[in-house]
Design a protein around this ligand. Structure first.
Ligand SMILES: Cc1ncc(COP(=O)(O)O)c(C=O)c1O
Length: 400
């Protein structure tokens, strides 16, 4: 049993070894298929926006991929060199966009106002900023059943089919700016390597259609699966993508950027909490814990199957069924059914696995319960508290 007894619960725990192992494997897979142009692995900050984890990733050679001014600031605070920021998303402000251009960050624009500000920047500085364009094409038509946006269509980027991309490129060129990069992040349902091949094919088609001959990077975004015992999947993505890209790009000249989130952050994360109480209602046993389904994020992001481990090191009666429940007053805050497991008691520790992606970033303050704290379990086995949220409330009648 790992020495979790010393930790304030509930909490998230990130295993540094596992995170670094995933990052290294991810980079190795892509580097093995690409050339001297190099591979940049951008840690997707939104997936787990915790300074201590961003620092780990940066120390392991990652860039920080950010989609807001706040994430940009957090990444700098975490020690990411400013030139190692990949600035994405449609909600950048002009101040941070200008700052990113000044600092030579990788900037992928994603909205009309950013296009206008990019052109303003070139005019006011008398020189063209280095800028990439996020692309949008009909992924559902090209890979039926795979786009998260389904037939309604993807909402990010400049659209190829409706002429918006052509218009954006024309406006940039008229201002003396030649695009330096293409950004192709798409959310897909099954995270299939074949879908990434389709996306890479479209990147090539777009490059050729607009004679984008000054591109120095292609950014294939995130959306991969794998990690932990399934690290070999990284190879499948790397092969699928690069086999297409080499048809239009020189791997010795062009940099390949990738932005893994869940695929590297899911397996290093654990969610730990204690049993508060147990009760039997008719023939069902309900186990109330400090955990909650809410802190495991039930949006479309939460794609990984969670699994649990009961940290009990004594003999107990085995029960056919116990229903593991959260602390909230939401009726269906039930995490899972425990079948043929030792009978849980107040104080027992329950560990949820695969809880590292889009969980700590989504914790609500629901039920006036502070979000769980966050620990890093370092390679030497010790724990570092990265986020402390454990503030037990004690009764205080003074002044009432
Ligand atoms: C632009 C961008 N890059 C990377 C990611 C990371 O995605 P994932 O966690 O699916 O790898 C996201 C997630 O939404 C994103 O929007």
């Amino acid at each position: 049993m790992k020495p979790y007894e010393q930790l304030n619960t509930p909490c998230f725990i990130f295993d540094e070894d596992e995170l670094l192992g995933n990052i290294r494997a991810f980079r190795n897979s892509f580097e093995a298929c690409w050339g001297q142009g190099g591979v940049i692995v951008g840690y997707s900050v939104k997936t787990t926006p915790i300074a201590g984890l961003i620092s780990c990733a940066v120390n392991a050679g990652c860039y920080a991929e950010v989609v807001s001014d706040d994430e940009f600031a957090l990444s700098l605070e975490a020690g990411c060199p400013v030139k190692d920021i990949v600035f994405n998303g449609p909600i950048k402000t002009k101040q941070w966009l200008d700052f990113a251009f000044d600092q030579g960050c990788i900037v992928n624009i994603d909205s009309k106002r950013e296009l206008a500000w990019t052109i303003d920047y070139a005019k006011s500085h008398g020189s063209a900023p280095r800028v990439g364009l996020r692309i949008n094409f009909d992924l559902e038509a090209a890979a039926p059943g795979q786009s998260m946006a389904e037939a309604e269509g993807v909402r990010f980027g400049f659209c190829f089919e409706d002429g918006s991309l052509a218009e954006a490129i024309a406006q940039l060129r008229a201002a003396g700016i030649e695009p330096a990069g293409l950004h192709a992040h798409f959310s897909t349902k099954d995270h299939l390597p074949e879908t990434f091949a389709v996306i890479a094919q479209s990147v090539c088609e777009i490059k050729e259609s607009f004679a984008l001959n000054a591109l120095d990077y292609v950014d294939m975004g995130g959306g991969y699966y794998g990690g932990g015992l399934r690290r070999s999947m990284y190879d499948d993505y790397a092969r699928a993508i690069t086999e297409q890209l080499v048809k239009a790009f020189d791997p010795d000249k062009v940099t390949l950027v990738v932005e893994p989130g869940g695929s590297v952050l899911c397996t290093p994360g654990f969610y730990l909490g204690r049993v508060i109480d147990t009760k039997t209602v008719r023939d069902k046993t309900f186990v109330v814990t400090e955990l909650s389904k809410l802190n495991l994020n039930s949006t479309a992001f939460a794609r990984r199957g969670f699994s649990y481990e009961l940290l009990i090191n004594e003999d107990r009666k085995i029960l056919d069924n116990q229903i593991l429940c959260g602390y909230t007053c939401i009726e269906m805050d039930r995490l899972c059914d425990l079948t043929q497991e030792p009978e849980l008691q107040a104080g027992d520790l329950v560990l949820i696995r695969n809880a590292g992606a889009y969980t700590a970033s989504f914790t609500p303050q629901f039920f006036i319960q502070a979000p769980p704290g966050v620990y890093l379990q370092k390679t030497d086995g010790t724990f570092e508290e990265l986020v402390s949220h454990y503030h037990p409330v004690v009764p205080n009648l003074e002044g009432i």
